[in-house]
Design a protein around this ligand. Structure first.
Ligand SMILES: [Zn+2]
Length: 157
């Protein structure tokens, strides 16, 4: 219900109330502590990290109409351009892995070269659709230095 079923205004009101009650009254300070800011992203880009698109407000794109998706992807692209993200390879990762045919067409038109879903796997650019690539999330990898070699790592060895 809170992901996409209720109207946007109602979801925002409910989640804001829950956040204040169970987490903190100061959402801005919490977000500043938890998330990267633009200056930190620019530093990472300057140091050679790749930064790709992920929407604007972490929307379920498959639940947005085409014109809303268009404004989201346009805003995302503008943000990436504004922080100096690489234009050589533009990538996008669908929030929640959610997309539809409109999403793919829109991100292609806005210059993204490939896009990832939340499906766990090793991408093979010779067989996978470049706009529906599987990926390996950090949560799919071992969390300690002495862990067993992950099966995904074994596949690459
Ligand atoms: Zn996300």
């Amino acid at each position: 219900m809170l992901q996409h079923a209720l109207p946007d205004d109602l979801r925002t009101e409910i989640t804001d109330n829950m956040f204040r009650k169970f987490v903190t009254n100061d959402q801005d300070a919490f977000a500043d502590e938890l998330y990267l800011n633009e200056e930190q992203l620019k530093i990472m880009i300057d140091e050679g990290m790749h930064v790709g698109g992920h929407g604007v407000h972490h929307e379920w794109l498959n639940h947005c109409d085409s014109s809303h998706q268009e404004s989201i992807v346009k805003g995302c692209r503008s943000f990436l351009d504004g922080i100096g993200a690489s234009r050589q390879y533009m990538t996008f990762c669908y929030p929640y892995g959610a997309y539809n045919d409109d999403t793919k067409e829109i991100i292609v038109r806005h210059g993204f070269d490939l896009a990832m879903t939340t499906k766990v796997g090793i991408a093979d650019l010779t067989t996978h659709d470049s706009y529906v690539l599987p990926r390996i999330d950090t949560n799919d990898l071992p969390r300690s230095g002495d862990a067993e070699i992950a099966s995904l790592t074994r596949k690459l060895m």
